[in-house]
Design a protein around this ligand. Structure first.
Ligand code: IPM
Ligand code: MG
Length: 358
């Protein structure tokens, strides 16, 4: 029996709807496989916890998570708690203390889903965005002085270290090398940001020497948005800074049909710490409680988690089930222009998982 200990953190809003659906799918996959066992432990951390305890997670939260093989996460954010509190108190606290420096965001047009791009090339979008996830614009460096006075000053400092940039570049080149097209686009803004991002370009060129089979090019982030829209088929693997990739990954999610489908892996590639898997979408309070959240982003994230745990067959089986469901427009949730509910989609994926005999 292959046993995997999974920490489950549904968090806020629709995280509490899509994560339990994901757990049900994982349980079904384990039953079907017979050789997998998941030990789930659910943690009620998030904004409700904060309102009672004054913290997004308990002081010993990270110590508790340390022992797990992976973390399955929903979303954080509530209308009545400042976003920077929810984010830094839970999600970024986990990403940073577990050195999950590689954020991996696949974007692919799944069967049955219509991309808003009229360009036929959009059908062929199959990208992986690698987001630097530990430093850059999210390093947490900065401060405010003379608060409230006219002379108030605030700084927000982006940090780029040689170690940090080299390791994300290596990760991205390795990933690009493992994919059939062996293409990598390195995104910067090194015309305007002349220190950190010039170093980023230099390190990309250094690391590239170790990957002669990877065809790579550089793009400025503004021009990159146009290329994603106008020549989507020219891209494959993409690496960018924390903030640039944050923005590009929302664009990517829109281009492949919906933010509701997009998955993320926050990886500690050395496996010293657990990695964390979550849908890209947020807590979406506007649709919370309506039962219409798209659970596919959580399911795709669960598939990435299975891959990370070495369960390649189950990961593939789950993606096939997801694709079978997206192919049927009756099973599209409102974010995809349909009328299906979270439960309809979950039941259909469960049925596909159970009925899939290969
Ligand atoms: C994401 C999100 C987060 C981020 C938000 C919730 C702060 O947009 O995962 O892309 O910017 O990292
Ligand atoms: Mg984002």
């Amino acid at each position: 029996m292959r046993r995997h200990r999974i920490a489950v953190i549904p968090g806020d809003g629709i995280g509490k709807e899509v994560v339990p659906a994901g757990v049900a799918i994982l349980e079904a996959l384990a039953r079907r496989d017979g050789g997998i066992r998941f030990d789930f432990e659910t943690f009620d951390w998030g904004s409700d916890y904060y309102k009672t305890h004054g913290l997004m997670m308990p002081e010993d939260g990270r110590a508790k998570l340390r022992a797990f093989d992976a973390i399955f996460f929903g979303a954080v954010g509530a209308p009545d708690v400042p976003d920077h509190v929810t984010l830094w108190g839970l999600r970024l606290a986990i990403c940073q203390s577990f050195d999950q420096y590689a954020n991996v965001r696949p974007a692919r047009v799944l069967p049955g889903i219509v991309s808003p791009l009229r360009d036929a090339g959009a059908k062929h979008i199959d990208w992986i965005i690698v987001r630097e996830n530990s430093e850059g614009e999210y390093a947490g460096q900065g401060g405010r002085s003379h608060v409230g006075f006219p002379e108030e000053v605030a700084t927000e400092v982006a940090i780029f270290t040689r170690t940090g940039v080299t390791r994300i570049m290596r990760f991205a080149f390795e990933l690009a090398q493992s994919r059939p097209r062996r293409r990598l686009t390195v995104v910067t803004k090194s015309n305007a940001q002349r220190y950190g991002l010039v170093m980023w370009d230099e390190i990309a060129a250094e690391v590239a020497r170790d990957f002669p089979s990877v065809k790579w090019d550089k793009m400025l982030v503004d021009a990159m948005t146009m290329r994603m829209v106008l020549k989507p088929q020219s891209l494959d693997t993409i690496v960018a800074t924390n903030l640039h990739a944050d923005i590009l990954s929302d664009l990517a999610a829109a281009l492949v049909g919906s933010l509701g489908i997009a998955p993320t892996a926050n990886m500690n590639p050395e496996r010293k710490f657990p990695s964390m898997f979550e849908p890209i979408h947020g807590s979406a309070f506007d649709i919370m409680g309506k039962g219409i959240a798209n659970p596919l982003g959580a399911f795709w994230s669960a598939s990435l988690m299975l891959e990370h745990l070495g369960e390649k067959d189950a990961a593939l089986l789950l993606m096939r089930a997801v694709e079978r469901v997206t192919a049927d427009p009756h099973l599209h949730t409102p974010d995809l222009g349909g009328h299906a509910t979270t439960k309809d989609v979950t039941d259909a994926v469960l049925a596909a998982v159970n009925g899939h005999n290969e």
